[in-house]
Design a protein around this ligand. Structure first.
Ligand code: GDP
Ligand code: ZN
Ligand code: ZN
Length: 592
């Protein structure tokens, strides 16, 4: 069940406010920049609009006349025949939004069904009947082999086939193209478009349009009549070159419609794109061609004229969108841009974090030496960031009087004295002077309460090492061996010093801060004002409080104090002051 506080409460985030002209300016620059960008993108890309795709229908009409000159051999005489071709001759109906214009052709006339030799190629040549196979149908060939090898012309022999004879010759497309004048043909494109999402329909030919125009990219960009040669010029191709082998050309009609009433605009943009392989010389099957036949009867025999047609297929591609204002789109856009306002925070945090990193402190960045932002950033960083170490059961902190830093040890001791474990250096937390005022710090003790032992010894007394029980790891001369069982003993094998010298227990402050019964009693009463100080367990309470005083004094931060290990000398000095009546001392236990 949800607690009432959870249901009615609200978790807000606490923030750090940095008063700095430089950072403030940086933030404002970011905010203004973000605002400008968002507004610019909103207006320029019309991101407040709902965009719908276009659907369309296309109808084309090609117009033009071409004259073809052909050499015809009749009655042994060569004659030049001129044929005039019109729309019906050179355009072919195609599926979809495409039309085809013939530009070149190869004709094989008078074909009928009979037996005849194949056209001689490397594949069809033969020397005897053994080179041919009866009933064989090669997909590359034009008919079914009869199994005979017959003379084609002179001494060339090829396999005989049953097919439309004579077989079509394998020839290159004529150069120049026979209908190269097709470049002057024109095509009229009728395009009706519909935006079903916006319920809007329009077309490219509006009522008042001059229908005798010709499209020109700059002078007449709305004219729907295109000269084929011009289309190729736009894409940088030469019509007469493409006309020889044929090709595929795309006519793109782009509708970018703004259907808002206050800025209505919906006219097509035409552009062209060569869609087939331009490098005709290198490609395997260059150009675009197909075959078709005209059938007729002559003397009751079915005959046909086979025409291999080369030409240009024009594909008309209609695409585009229609946009109209939509409040939902606007809200979605504004919502999606809100995160950009966080950029300033990300960037400034990045600066603070980088310039206070150890890399920066090591003066690798040349800027640190000139403008010195490190110190300031480091200050911000300290305020911003609270480092936390995972509270593992193996975590311990130790502090030596002769070292300025604290050591963090995060591993099992495995019988090794704590004194000898190296650990990792961590900086001592900065001193908080407000804490000091809470302590009864007068260097003059209150008058001793009668009946209570006078605890303070002269503090500067010389330590006389009792060399007999002094453990080998002790450097101060005041440590004692641990009482703990063998397994945990190493935890208490810690001296107050790293190098030989005076013990911390001989310092004046040790007596004042840690051993002062009066001060400890005050602290206990501070926590529990009605505590009976004469009770039996008071000594234990005072002792634990003294441990706490020592760790707070030497380690500063509460997080560290919980895991701080007392040196043996301090531990035994405190225990001597506030002894346990019976039984063994239990020693340090990790709070986790
Ligand atoms: P006890 O009074 O018989 O239990 O034995 P101790 O005098 O050793 O006190 C044990 C209590 O003091 C436990 O709560 C320990 O966590 C705490 N304590 C003992 N030694 C240390 C130490 O080195 N560091 C810290 N932070 N606490 C200690
Ligand atoms: Zn010692
Ligand atoms: Zn010591």
């Amino acid at each position: 069940m949800l607690a009432r506080g959870q249901l009615c409460g609200y978790n807000s985030v606490r923030v750090l406010r940095i008063h700095s002209v430089w950072i403030g300016t940086l933030k404002n620059v970011f905010l203004v920049g973000t605002c400008i960008y968002i507004c610019f993108a909103l207006v320029s890309d019309k991101l407040y609009q709902r965009k719908e795709p276009v659907i369309s229908s296309v109808h084309t009409k090609v117009k033009g006349i071409a004259e073809v000159k052909e050499e015809v051999v009749a009655d042994g005489m060569k004659r030049l025949v001129r044929t005039v071709l019109d729309t019906a001759d050179y355009t072919f109906p195609l599926q979809g939004n495409s039309f085809f214009v013939m530009t070149n052709f190869l004709k094989t006339e008078g074909q009928e069904q009979r037996l005849c030799p194949e056209y001689p190629t490397r594949r069809t040549l033969c020397s005897s009947d053994r080179g041919c196979k009866k009933g064989w149908m090669d997909p590359q060939s034009k008919g079914i082999q009869t199994g005979r090898c017959v003379v084609y012309r002179g001494n060339q022999k090829t396999c005989e086939v049953a097919a439309w004879c004579p077989i079509e010759a394998v020839e290159e497309a004529p150069r120049p193209a026979r209908l190269s004048s097709a470049e002057n043909f024109t095509v009229l494109i009728k395009n009706n478009v519909d935006f079903p999402g916006h319920n809007y329909t329009t077309r490219n030919i509006l009522p008042g349009l001059n229908i005798t125009c010709t499209f020109h990219k700059t002078q007449n960009p709305q004219c729907p009549i295109f000269r084929l040669g011009d289309i190729f010029r736009e894409t940088g191709d030469n019509f007469s070159d493409v006309a020889i082998q044929g090709g595929i050309m795309g006519i793109e009609i782009y509708w970018d419609c703004n259907l808002d009433s206050w800025s209505h605009h919906c006219r097509p943009k035409y552009s062209f794109r060569r869609l087939d392989d331009k490098t005709t010389n290198e490609s395997l099957y260059p150009g675009y061609n197909f075959r078709y036949a005209k059938y007729y009867k002559e003397n009751n025999v079915e005959k046909r004229t086979l025409i291999k047609v080369f030409g240009i297929r024009f594909d008309i591609l209609v695409f585009g969108t229609g946009g109209k204002f939509d409040i939902i789109q606007l809200v979605v856009y504004v919502g999606s841009t809100l995160s950009y306002f966080g950029l300033a925070t990300v960037f400034i945090d990045f600066l603070i974090n980088t310039y206070s990193s150890p890399v920066c402190r090591s003066r690798v960045y040349p800027c640190c030496t000139c403008c010195q932002p490190c110190a300031v950033n480091e200050y911000y960083y300290r305020k911003k960031c609270e480092p936390i170490v995972e509270p593992k059961p193996t975590l311990k902190y130790v502090s030596f009087v002769d070292e300025s830093h604290i050591r963090m040890i995060d591993k099992q001791l495995l019988g090794k004295s704590l004194q000898h474990v190296k650990g990792q250096e961590v900086p001592r937390p900065p001193l908080d002077f407000t804490d000091l005022t809470k302590l009864p710090l007068s260097l003059h003790d209150p008058p001793p309460i009668p009946g209570q032992p006078e605890e303070m010894q002269p503090l500067r007394e010389e330590v006389t090492p009792k060399s007999r029980d002094r453990p080998s790891w002790c450097k101060c001369g005041s440590c004692l061996p641990s009482q703990l069982p063998e397994r945990r003993r190493c935890l208490e094998e810690l001296c107050c010093r790293r190098k030989p010298g005076a013990c911390i227990t001989t310092s004046q402050l040790f007596g004042k801060l840690v051993l002062s019964r009066h001060a400890l009693q005050c602290l206990l009463l501070y926590q529990e004002p009605l505590l009976a100080l004469e009770a039996e367990d008071t000594n234990s309470r005072l002792r634990h409080c003294a441990y706490r005083c020592y760790t707070t004094w030497r380690f500063g931060s509460q997080d560290m104090a919980d895991f701080a290990i007392l040196p043996s000398c301090c531990r035994w000095r405190i225990r001597r002051e506030f002894p346990k009546s019976k039984g063994q001392y239990s020693g340090f236990r990790s709070p986790y």
